[in-house]
Design a protein around this ligand. Sequence first.
Ligand code: HPA
Length: 235
Amino acid sequence: MSTHIGAKNGEIAETVLFPGDPLRAKFIAENFLEDVVQYSSVRNMFGFTGTYKGHRISVQGSGMGIPSLSIYATELIKFYGVKTIIRVGTAGGMREDVKIGDVILGQGSTTDSAVTANTFGAGVHYAPISDFELLDRAYHVAQDMSVPVRVGNIFAADRFYNDELDMKKLADYGCVATEMESAGLFLIGAKYNIKTLSILTCSDNLVTGESASSKEREQSFTDMMKVSLETGIRG
Ligand code: HPA
């Protein structure tokens, strides 16, 4: 048991898929994994371990935002020996050419969160990046599956509702999509020397105002999950 995860030692696999929504963790476990055991329901932030194509893999809800994700990521690593964490989630496209349903791989993550500054102090603007081996593998898995894939800089915003940020400028400097977690995950991955990656689907586009229909959401979710699971088990 750790403070926020109710698993016993050995109940969590070395590779964890990490959706924000705990009900999505449940859905993934029920629909994509076999021989599933639920190891935690603390705060309803569910966690499950099962197998995919015979490989042991876990799926744990992270909650929304860097503070919540950081709690679960840290406990997975420090108390349960997790070695690979792949965030699976949605993001808002920041450029017109990021299409609804595209799978986006986070190469790095820019943030307005204070976690990086608080880690290194004034004057250092650390660049959180994903693990290259995982990124490379996910990219090739997606290509092999003919899933449209983008690789780029994810803007991890501290606030979902923020009309003060210059999102266009961030997009002009190469940010492809925004969500609220990736920078925190990559930072923790670096601190504890484990492998991290974000595999996202574009659920809405900030430039065009488009958002995914329920059918599009379902298809792109399935694409993202197949890429994530295949990437997870090849590690
Ligand atoms: N902002 C932050 N998080 C998100 C968004 C967004 O526009 N879309 C999906 N997750």
